[in-house]
Ligand binder design. Structure first.
Ligand code: ATR
Length: 268
């Protein structure tokens, strides 16, 4: 029951109305019997600074940060986790007695989702895309000692990111010329309403690949359908969403997350 001791967490972003985070976190609080509640706040870029100041003033325990604030929020924080600083994006803020620390659980979520299928160490990982999502995943894969290659439609962007990470890159259209173990789609290709598009043609996928799509709407993206036809092991985007939330839960509450409850909440 909500009381005078209830701790508040929230997602801030714009738009946030369709976020799955409130139902995932609230289901977890209930299952763990924690006096926490999680809301969604639509915050415009021009009020971001005030929103972060309010977090301190109102003693809000945690924020999840989503589009378009993941980079812009950084100057308003007191401390940044080193990997989040390298990535240059924060999706989680924890308020410890007025001291705000930023983390990035997106990369951890992606790596955890894959590591349920295989270890990343020494694997050749193709990251498709060179935007914000690709950036977090490429840094994450490298932190897990994978050999990363970035493939992007605009090759200059792939090159820029690859230089920062010190990894390989190529144009998306040259994908089939490379030897690969794991493919991660970190582009927006295939997302509703463009559900018939795939970042790679079916013939580029080989049966030995592990294929992950960070797109979770729809869950059976065209890429996933192509991968299934080749009998590739699949990692769904919803698993990344789950594991980034699991890590957030642990940062907010200092308790182990009820993973299965959170997974089921995402399916509702
Ligand atoms: P996010 O922060 O979510 O990653 P973003 O920064 O807009 O979003 O990046 C989107 C990524 O999807 C980019 O890598 C983009 O490729 P370009 O750099 O060439 O624009 C990629 N992308 C979007 N639409 C694409 C398409 N139709 N084909 C191939 N790649 C596409």
């Amino acid at each position: 029951m909500i009381s005078a001791q209830t701790q508040l967490c929230a997602i801030i972003g714009d738009p946030v109305k369709h976020s799955f985070s409130p139902r995932m976190h609230n289901a977890a609080y209930e299952a763990a019997n924690l006096n926490f509640v999680y809301l969604a706040f639509a915050v415009k870029p021009e009020t971001l600074k005030n929103a972060i100041a309010s977090m301190r003033d109102l003693n809000i325990r945690g924020f999840s940060v989503t589009i378009p604030h993941k980079q812009k929020v950084i100057p308003f924080l007191d401390e940044i986790d080193p990997v989040a600083a390298k990535i240059g994006a924060v999706n989680t803020i924890v308020n410890n007695e007025g001291k705000l620390k930023g983390y990035n659980t997106d990369w951890e979520g992606c790596m955890q989702a894959i590591s349920e299928k295989c270890s990343l160490e020494g694997k050749k990982v193709a990251v498709l895309g060179a935007g914000g999502a690709a950036r977090a995943i490429a840094f994450g894969a490298q932190a897990k000692k994978a050999q990363v290659c970035i493939f992007n439609r605009t090759v200059a962007k792939a090159e820029k990111l690859a230089q920062e990470i010190n990894c390989e890159f190529d144009a998306l259209e040259n994908f089939a010329q490379h030897e690969i173990d794991i493919v991660i789609n970190a582009t927006s290709v295939g997302m509703d309403p463009n559900i018939n598009q795939s970042p790679l043609p079916a013939e580029s996928l080989q049966s030995g690949f592990i294929v992950m799509d960070t797109v979770y709407n729809p869950s059976e993206t065209k890429l996933i359908q192509f991968a299934k036809a080749k009998k590739c092991p699949i990692v769904y985007g919803s698993e990344m969403l789950l594991w980034q939330g699991v890590r957030q839960f642990e940062l907010f509450t200092n308790q182990k997350a009820p993973v299965e409850t959170m997974r089921q909440a995402l399916k509702k």
